[in-house]
Design a protein around this ligand. Structure first.
Ligand code: B12
Length: 489
């Protein structure tokens, strides 16, 4: 069967991590590998590059079109993509899957979509293909939310969570034409690797543990070593929580070294408390890459702030993690949350903490109720009608306590204190010195886009545009500004 898998353009890559990161559609590569094993003809089209969906549908004449929906901010774009596909191929079966689709499917219940996958794709799509091929009723295909003449209904769940070794390696060849376009700030091209999935913790702002019931699944050491050995030299590890299982992680580090794996750059995501007590493990991992960065959620600069969310760790652990990581030569890319209820003093406390501990490489996101979290359920009524593209953790979703104008000034000032401000300590020329000459135009483009976050108008215009949109049902008509992000067109 011809199957086309689409990674849509997210529609909003303007702020936060959006401008720096464009990584391969790893979830689709695993799904594709599962389908190739069953003898299907599979194409992955990454619509962040040309050509568009219509061309791919005409070229591949698919029986099934699978569309991935990773982030809540992509819902509207995913529906738009499904409608475009439906127009060119009325007979194709259109299925949507991916984190945001599984965590909260309401916005995807559109007439252009035939089903939404409620679990990981490796078992679901092959079962769907088989049912379509044999004319078996789709109600028997597991883990679907299915559109029927009687409305949307759930099919039975998978008997157990899919083991990650069911498909040991992703079909990376299917995206090789875009490899040079995948990047993470200084590194281009970049590879995305997954060694484990899920998280046993219970942070109130995160939708991952809620979706996977706090489970944590691991790939086998042999599969991960093979994946590392055959991938390129700049790697972002997609695991929700790296180093979670110290004995297995130690074994993995040793196996990678034994295989001679050494990368130019590695980036992993982990927790402060885990790092603060895992110095030996981090020491074992450090020689595996020349530069080794860690994404760490500090969330707040005070225990008072941390007590307002469920994080189950404190500022003491944040600082201990910084000490452990720095003493071993790791780079720290922290993230702090900013609450729309903040007073001026809260911003100052954050700025002082960042300066005192040298955490200028951090990012600053707005505490946002993401679909799939309890906080979304609690705030649902006040979020009704907002464009999904605004759920990027940089858009104000309601009026801040300080008033939008003052809040946006302080938020932009927070970003101005980060190393991304090219008018600050690290100039554009310093960034350019860190990349190869061929990558200078790319780097200039990325850093220029990033400067929008240093300006209060960016956040304020976006907020005003959204409010106008909810009041009138149409976008800001100012032709000089993007209706979503308020940036000059
Ligand atoms: C890689 C990643 C990114 C990358 C790449 C995204 C991109 N645009 O290319 C970067 C770093 C850029 C990124 C950015 C952001 N991200 Co992100 N990201 C992830 C991460 C860590 C891993 C995803 C991944 O590749 N996993 C590995 C693959 C193998 O698994 P998978 O994608 O889940 O695929 C499986 C299934 O989902 C399913 N499947 C997938 N696609 C399909 C399709 C079909 C048809 C079917 C049937 C099945 C299926 O089968 C696959 C195989 O089992 C997830 C965490 C997560 N657990 O999802 C967060 C996550 C998706 N991101 C999140 C967030 C919040 C963001 C940001 C807003 C953060 C920020 N500070 O700015 C930005 C938004 C950027 C933007 N404007 O677009 C949240 C989303 C929450 C939500 N409900 O919306 C997550 C869940 C992290 C979290 N813990 O909260 N992100």
């Amino acid at each position: 069967m011809n199957i086309l898998l689409l990674r849509p353009h997210p529609g909003n890559e303007q702020l936060g991590l959006g401008p720096f990161f464009r990584v391969e559609p790893l979830g689709l590569e695993y799904v594709a590998a599962a389908l190739l094993n069953r003898g299907h003809a599979v194409t992955i089209a990454d619509l962040r590059f040309r050509p568009g969906a219509k061309t791919w549908v005409r070229r591949t004449r698919p029986r099934i079109v699978g569309i991935s929906c990773l982030h809540a901010l992509e819902y509207d774009q995913v529906v738009a993509t499904a409608r475009e596909v439906r127009k060119v191929s009325p007979e194709a079966f259109i299925l949507v899957g991916g984190h945001a689709a599984m965590a909260y499917h309401g916005p995807l219940e559109d007439d252009s979509i035939d089903a939404i996958a409620r679990d990981d794709g490796e078992e679901v799509i092959p079962a769907l293909a088989e049912a379509l091929e044999k004319g078996i009723p789709l109600q028997g295909v597991p883990a679907l939310r299915l559109r029927t003449p009687d409305g949307w209904l759930d099919t039975p769940p998978l008997p157990a969570r899919t083991g990650l070794d069911l498909v040991p390696l992703p079909a990376r060849d299917l995206v090789s034409r875009h490899r040079s376009g995948y990047h993470c700030l200084l590194f281009k091209p970049v590879w995305l690797i997954e060694t484990a999935r899920g998280c046993p913790f219970r942070c109130s702002f995160c939708s991952v543990w809620q979706l996977y019931d706090r489970t944590y699944r691991e790939r086998s050491i042999a599969a991960v070593v093979e994946d590392f050995a055959t991938s390129g030299d700049a790697v972002f590890v997609a695991d929700d929580l790296f180093w979670n299982n110290p004995p297995r992680s130690l074994e993995l580090a040793r196996a990678l070294k034994k295989r001679g794996v050494f990368k130019r750059w590695l980036l992993v995501q982990s927790r402060t408390d885990l790092i603060s007590r895992s110095a030996d493990l981090l020491e074992e991992w450090r020689p595996i890459a020349k530069d080794f960065d860690i994404f760490l959620g500090f969330e707040f600069a005070t225990d008072r702030g941390l007590s307002g969310i469920t994080k189950d760790t404190g500022v003491k652990e944040s600082l201990a993690a910084v000490d452990v990581a720095r003493s071993l030569g790791y780079g720290i890319n922290g993230n702090f949350l900013i609450d729309l209820d903040w007073e001026e003093e809260d911003f100052r406390e954050l700025w002082n903490f960042v300066a005192a501990h040298g955490l200028q490489r951090s990012g600053f996101t707005l505490l946002t109720p993401l679909p799939g979290t309890e906080s979304y359920r609690e705030n649902k009524s006040r979020l009704e009608g907002l464009p999904w593209a605004d759920f990027d953790m940089h858009h104000l979703l309601w009026e801040p306590k300080l008033g939008a104008e003052r809040f946006c000034e302080l938020y932009a000032e927070t970003w101005r204190r980060s190393i991304l401000n090219t008018a600050g300590d690290k100039k554009l020329t310093d960034w350019l010195r860190q990349v190869r000459p061929l990558q200078i135009p790319y780097m200039i483009r990325v850093m220029r886009r990033t400067q929008a976050m240093m300006k209060p108008e960016t956040f304020l215009r976006a907020y005003t545009a959204t409010r106008r949109l909810s009041a009138t049902g149409r976008a800001d008509t100012d032709p000089a500004a993007c209706p979503r992000c308020g940036r000059p067109a």
